[in-house]
Design a protein around this ligand. Structure first.
Ligand SMILES: [Ca+2]
Ligand SMILES: [Ca+2]
Length: 139
């Protein structure tokens, strides 16, 4: 719960400071507080149990204007979120994915205008550090 409050604060601070999607490093730091256990998603989240196993596997957070700011999915139903969607003004700006299901993000995908892949970063060695980076589009 503390993480969520911190996350909210960072989002608000980022909005106040006018950070744009171009500052990729800064964007990524904003969600370092994201949390994996599905049981940590409290009443402020809109949640769903898509496979009816009694455990949340989808969670969405709206801001006070009713815009999506965050979604999390437990794709493999192991009780830990592994696919995170980060929005700004209801537009998808980034996905963070734990492809190896070890509760450490290993793929960050940066989205331009909600649909175009602007670039990605990967942790291919599993140590939590980015070791591959690619940017597309305008140079
Ligand atoms: Ca479930
Ligand atoms: Ca999972």
């Amino acid at each position: 719960m503390k993480n969520l409050v911190a996350f909210f604060f960072l989002i608000l601070a980022a909005a106040a400071w006018g950070l744009g999607p171009s500052s990729i490093g800064m964007e990524r730091e904003l969600t370092e507080g994201l949390f994996f256990p599905v049981s940590d998603y409290g009443p402020e989240w809109i949640t769903a149990d898509r496979n009816n196993d009694g455990k949340i596997d989808y969670a969405m957070l709206l801001n006070d204007r009713g815009e999506r700011i965050f979604e999390a999915i437990d794709f493999n139903h192991d009780g830990y979120m592994d696919d995170f969607y980060i929005y700004r003004n209801d537009v998808l700006i980034r996905r963070e994915i734990d492809q190896s299901f070890n509760r450490s993000i290993d793929l960050w995908v940066y989205i331009h205008e909600g649909v175009y892949v602007a670039g990605y970063e990967r942790d291919t060695s599993g140590d939590g550090k980015i070791d591959m980076y690619r940017a597309y589009g305008q140079q």
